[in-house]
Design a protein around this ligand. Sequence first.
Ligand SMILES: Nc1nc2c(ncn2[C@@H]2O[C@H](COP(=O)(O)OP(=O)(O)O)[C@@H](O)[C@H]2O)c(=O)[nH]1
Ligand SMILES: Nc1ncnc2c1ncn2[C@@H]1O[C@H](COP(=O)(O)OP(=O)(O)O)[C@@H](O)[C@H]1O
Length: 204
Amino acid sequence: MKERGLLIVLSGPSGVGKGTVRKALFSQEDIELHYSISATTRSPREGEVNGVDYFFKSHEEFEHMIEHKKLLEWAEYVGNYYGTPIDYVEQSLSEGRDVFLEIEVQGALQVKEAFPEGLFIFLAPPSLTELKSRIIGRGTESEDLINNRMKVAKEEIEMMDAYDYVVENDQVDRACDRIKAIVTAEHCRRDRVARRYKRMLEVE
Ligand SMILES: Nc1nc2c(ncn2[C@@H]2O[C@H](COP(=O)(O)OP(=O)(O)O)[C@@H](O)[C@H]2O)c(=O)[nH]1
Ligand SMILES: Nc1ncnc2c1ncn2[C@@H]1O[C@H](COP(=O)(O)OP(=O)(O)O)[C@@H](O)[C@H]1O
């Protein structure tokens, strides 16, 4: 039987660098992860492509997905819905592929309920001042939205204890290396456990 893949959840406040670290991680050849594309009701930003960055949905379409249990988790975040389509995750894991979710904190906590065996990583900013300057530097949000995101960020940082690991995003390549090391260690741990049970069953 094919072993199930690993579910990796990267979470953390808006502007900490989740998207940047994820893209860097996916550009590396020594780790193979499968990105779960989320659905959202937020409007596309310049350059974002439907079905690549997100599945962009109307409120009605999103609520239809909720009603028909098409989402593994969903959350309302600063006025928009975001959610993880369940079929892609289930199918990839059952075929032995490692799935990577990049989602906010409320959603990550819902995934933890459904998949306690997942690997939950919180990406943390070096400081709140640096977080704010990254959000401002990205230039995608109005001042009101930036203040909202900072307010939510403080609440999210309080939840970091619920995660298996906290990775500081001081430099993108260092954060990436830390995440790779965590994923590799988790694979080794699971292989060791699987081998131990296999041996136990052979002896029985
Ligand atoms: N719960 C949940 N959060 C998501 C999902 N997809 C993206 N998010 C999070 O929603 C928040 C806002 O995303 P977005 O508007 O793209 O802004 P950005 O990530 O700050 O650039 C971020 O924290 C994302 O990680 C999802 O499927 N579920
Ligand atoms: N380690 C880092 N050092 C400095 N700037 C960073 C770092 N990681 C990300 N950034 C910048 O911070 C901004 C927010 O990053 P982004 O990946 O959009 O965050 P998130 O997906 O968590 O909202 C971007 O302008 C990005 O270039």
